[in-house]
Design a protein around this ligand. Structure first.
Ligand SMILES: C[S@@+](CC[C@H](N)C(=O)[O-])C[C@H]1O[C@@H](n2cnc3c(N)ncnc32)[C@H](O)[C@@H]1O
Length: 228
């Protein structure tokens, strides 16, 4: 059995049954392995996320990483053409992986994550990205002055759990480091934008909902904030 040609044209079930191939290797050979997650990674990440939520439910703000529908929606307007991208609250990196799959180079990613356990995981997975263990409310000091302006910001923070002053600090810090015309993407559970109207007005920002991920649990809206 060992000298069976792996290229033999057997049906999939027979290749797995004969032990020539695993389902995963078959998917890899056909180029169908998800670019979002390695096999088994999703389960590990969910367990890790849940542990962090038990330790600090308010900051973690969700019991599990965002689902595929939300990941696709929040990253869909970003690609290699966007240039440097800032991600706030990446957690286990579901948005990060999607951004890379969409053509954003790892070295063009700056990830700001306050939880050191998540930051360490991201460092192992994305060694060329710039990973800062910092508070998103202190972007001006956390991000070096020499870093090029960002073409987009993806925000995974639970803004609804935050005080208005912190939300305002996050947005003003982010927009100060963005290119003119660049967009800030955020998600929220529910239909209304999680940034209070007075803050948007004070910072001269315009919020537009770009879609709802109904298949996310719970369903989430994605908003694009721009400065007019
Ligand atoms: C709701 S989770 C989202 C994680 C990931 N983006 C996702 O969608 O699966 C929020 C993340 O933001 C991080 N976080 C919370 N407050 C933060 C802050 N002030 N600065 C930076 N990161 C923060 C948490 O540690 C957590 O990883």
């Amino acid at each position: 059995m060992t000298d069976l040609d792996p290229g033999l044209n057997l049906p999939r079930w027979k290749r797995v049954w004969l032990g020539i191939d695993s389902r995963t290797r078959l998917r890899e050979r056909r180029g169908r392995t998800s670019r979002r997650c390695k096999p088994g990674q999703r389960g590990n990440d969910s367990a890790r996320f849940f542990r962090e939520w038990l330790r600090n439910p308010v900051a973690t703000a969700a019991v599990a990483p965002s689902g595929d529908a939300l990941v696709a929606l929040i990253t869909r307007e970003i690609g290699g053409w966007t240039g440097p991208v800032l991600e706030l609250g990446p957690g286990t990196g579901v948005f990060t992986r999607a951004l890379i799959a969409r053509g954003v180079e790892e070295r063009n990613l700056t990830l700001v994550e306050r939880n050191p356990a998540f930051a360490q995981l991201l460092r192992e997975r994305h060694p060329h990205a710039s990973i800062l263990v910092a508070d998103a409310g202190e972007l001006q000091t956390a991000i070096g002055a020499d870093v090029s302006p960002f073409g987009a910001v993806v925000c995974g923070l639970g803004l609804r759990n935050m005080k208005p002053a912190l939300i305002e600090a996050i947005l003003s810090g982010a927009f100060a480091r963005m290119r003119p015309g660049a967009a800030f993407y955020l998600f929220t559970y529910g239909r209304r934008c999680s940034v209070p109207g007075e803050i948007l007005d004070r910072l001269g920002l315009h919020a537009r909902r770009i879609g709802i991920a109904y298949r996310n649990l719970p369903p989430a809206s994605v908003f694009r904030l721009t400065r007019s």
